[in-house]
Ligand binder design. Sequence first.
Ligand code: NAD
Ligand code: ZN
Length: 350
Amino acid sequence: MKAITFHGVGDVRAERVPDPKVVDPTDVVLRITTGAICGSDLHQYHGRGGTLVETGAVMGHEFMGMVEAAGPEVREVRVGDRVVAPFSISCGRCEWCLRKLPTQCSTTGRAVFGGRFGKVFPGGQAERIRVPFADYLCEKVPADMSDEDALFLGDILSTGYACAENGSIRPGDTVAVFGAGPVGLLAMQSAQLFGPARVFAVDRVGYRLALAEEFGAEPMNLDRGDPAAELRALTGGRGPDVVLECVGHEVPFTQAIEAVRAGGTVSSVGVYVEPSMGFPAREAFFKDLSLKMGICNARNYMRPLLPLVRNGKLTPARIVTHTIGLDEAPRGYAIFDRKEDRAIKVMLKP
Ligand code: NAD
Ligand code: ZN
């Protein structure tokens, strides 16, 4: 089959690789109908945190498709079902999965599709994929829902929603979101469900800030000054009640802590690939703030968020800017990375 493989910094290629097969009795193989390129794929593309995937590995963890083959112990999903899976691979049975922390699964060692943590499973920027623990991981998609609406349940919509939920936004709050990429934009959509009075969007990319405005946010170009100081100035000197960090770098993380009001909440979902970074401990301590950060347990959110998408309360498909074939994926990575051609979310059709 055709797949996107990793060959080094800035080098992904469409290549032929062996077809996946059912290996364990609880596996399915999906024929992928839609995949996507995630901001997390860009960390690998940049070579951040060392090489996270091996040369030749199949990339990608955002995918959905039709069940083409199922192992003998798969009970809930059947050949022909249309399903979406979360980005992380978990058994559904270990202590961590039972604690509703499936990203910490001890059976797979925190595995992620297309990643090299724990057990290695090829990714979803491909024509087909092997999905282990299929009964636990696969969420059936109603026939009247488009791929564009369903796909993001497995990663960035669940992540954006979890980020907003972890911010403990109350009606009337002021919220600031660092990052107006796919995750930040969906965090803004999700934040609106909690009834904030104001939402600020901080980024430097004009066309992304313009979409943030359509999602009810007030745009702030971070290159015009210190966004933390500007956010405090715009909130009577006190700072936003809640700051959502959706970038994954030290600077916006620090600014989120500097911006938030005393006793406020910083919720961070940006991926920190390096083992450590600076942390403004004194500021955080004297502010008495709450901090929640971490990888998203997307499996927990897929089922509850699906009806919100189906009923139009969340409209994730609005961030899609490009739909291209697998052969064009190297260009898709380049424009998504460089913010060219007004790229926000690049979808891949095998
Ligand atoms: P993206 O790279 O398209 O978005 C990042 C945005 O942040 C860009 O628009 C960029 O212009 C902006 N930005 C850069 N520096 C900034 C700064 N100093 N202040 C404010 N904005 C700044 O990627 P994305 O797909 O939206 O992903 C965002 C982050 O979320 C990535 O780190 C990704 O790895 C992470 N992520 C985490 C999870 C999880 O489980 N926690 C899941 C998916 C993605
Ligand atoms: Zn992702």
